[in-house]
Design a protein around this ligand. Structure first.
Ligand code: TRP
Length: 451
């Protein structure tokens, strides 16, 4: 059996995806999910969004827009597990289990928290002014997202590497404390896609909402065209040669074109294509590449209840993994059903019964005998001699049949009788209590397993 690589990533639902998000994260994630070796878990990190945003309408709109964007972009929900973090109650529950083992000192070192503290100190404020427990615990919630599904690879931006490392740290600590040699959690690795270019925005700096230099993705063709018209270029007139390598307009073009298209565009720029026409070409290209997806996006946005159904189905898939796993973790930390204690005893018994074993052997005189060893390898019985293997086998069978044992103690030993004859003897134990313990072990060993 080959195990597929589990790839998991979350998208914080505070904004509307723009062209930079699409080229830098969404498109590569959708492509990666098509690899037959990939088992992708992609989710809307809407609990994380609450940490950064207290505007309910914005949260709600962003969740829908992001969900529709990924689906319109071609994410195949049959193939991947696509869900909302807030639809998985196991995640906040796991967050608490992890919070109880996460070192406060570790979280003190989180970049985002430290940056807020530094800012406060600089401003002469209380170090923790305006800092919520949500911000402080952000990495624990993220660790739960990742560890809940035992992700191998976590594609993230550079700013999130530390969080993935913290997930490892916290997961390891939990494994160590409660695993009893078992590794509950897989150690995740951050996956930084070096090859994926961060797109430049209108002004040439990285495209980012915080710079207000983005090109909208699916809102409308007109919005896209308007934004493209605002791309900053040099002031070379039509007919003058343009330098494609110093033009972020060209970089944007290249991110969506085939190499052949890019080569042609390059030579046209070198030959003096005007910037107005160049912007037109970029728009034509983006519209051809994204027009159909834009259509799908608007269809999805127009049917929020369909979107709801898709995400709920995703949550069912995710919970099929999360629910049994969380039950195991609850067991591990001691949050166990009282009623289940009886069952635990029964399983132990069953295991002992399974593990106890008869070993038959032949004496020099040709007779057949057997020993019964307990689960721990202690000798419980040594049989008398039988003329043939068949007779010895018949006795071991009868002993395991579940019938009432005719057990007769003699000093610190005991014998087992069948049909009026002693068929096997225990060793001579050190004292009566050792003998009685062996009798108990024998009864467990001979209890037929109940499945
Ligand atoms: N913190 C991530 C970001 O801002 C989003 C996120 C939440 C995430 N949970 C995650 C990413 C788990 C990867 C894995 O980008």
């Amino acid at each position: 059996m080959t195990t597929r690589t589990r790839i998991l990533t979350g998208i914080t639902t505070t904004g509307t995806p723009h062209l930079g998000n699409y080229a830098g994260a969404i498109r590569p994630a959708i492509v990666a999910s098509r690899d037959s070796n990939a088992d992708s878990f992609y989710f809307l990190a809407d609990y994380h969004a609450l940490i950064k945003c207290d505007d309910p309408l914005r949260i709600q709109r962003s969740r829908q827009e992001i969900a529709a964007t990924w689906l319109a972009g071609g994410l195949d929900v049959e193939r991947v597990t696509f869900y909302r973090q807030s639809d998985i109650p196991e995640i906040p529950e796991l967050t608490w289990l992890l919070t109880c083992v996460a070192a406060k000192g570790l979280l003190n070192r989180a970049h985002a928290y430290k940056a807020s503290v530094d800012k406060n100190v600089e401003a002469g404020e209380d170090p923790d002014a305006g800092i919520t427990m949500g911000l402080y615990s952000y990495p624990v919630l993220m660790a739960a997202d990742i560890l809940m599904f035992n992700a191998h690879k976590v594609p993230v931006g550079r700013d999130q590497i530390q969080h993935v490392e913290m997930a490892r740290d916290i997961g390891q600590r939990f494994n160590h404390l409660f695993g009893q040699g078992k590794e509950f959690f897989t150690m995740p690795e951050a996956l930084i896609e070096e090859s994926v270019a961060t797109l430049p925005g209108l002004d040439g700096r990285k495209m980012s909402k915080s710079y207000d230099n983005t090109i909208p993705l699916f809102t409308s063709a007109k919005d896209m065209k308007d934004a493209i018209s605002r791309i900053v270029t040099d002031s070379k007139a039509p007919g003058e040669a343009k330098d494609p390598d110093n033009s972020h307009l060209f970089t944007l073009y290249q991110a969506f074109s085939t190499p052949a298209q890019a080569a042609e565009f390059r030579s046209e720029l070198l030959q003096g294509l005007g910037w107005g026409e160049a912007k037109n070409r970029l728009f034509q290209l983006l519209d051809a590449e994204l027009g159909e997806a834009r259509e799908r996006y608007h269809q999805l946005i127009a049917r929020p209840s369909d979107l709801e159904d898709i995400l709920r189905a995703g949550a069912v898939k995710a919970r099929a993994v999360a629910t049994p796993f969380l039950n195991e973790l609850r067991e591990a930390v001691g949050l166990r059903s009282f009623a289940a204690q009886v069952q635990v005893a029964a399983t132990t018994k069953k295991k002992a019964a399974k593990a106890a074993r008869f070993i038959s052997f032949r004496e020099d005189d040709g007779s057949f005998r057997f020993r019964l060893l307990s689960a721990d390898g202690e000798q419980l019985l040594l049989s008398r001699n039988f003329a043939d293997g068949k007779a010895a086998g018949a006795v071991t069978k009868q002993l395991q049949s579940g019938q009432e044992l005719d057990l007769r103690t003699e000093g610190n030993a005991f014998g087992i009788w069948l049909d009026g004859a002693c068929v096997a003897d225990s060793p001579d134990f050190a004292d009566a209590s050792a003998r009685d313990a062996a009798v108990d072990a024998l009864r467990i060993a001979l209890t037929p397993a109940q499945d």
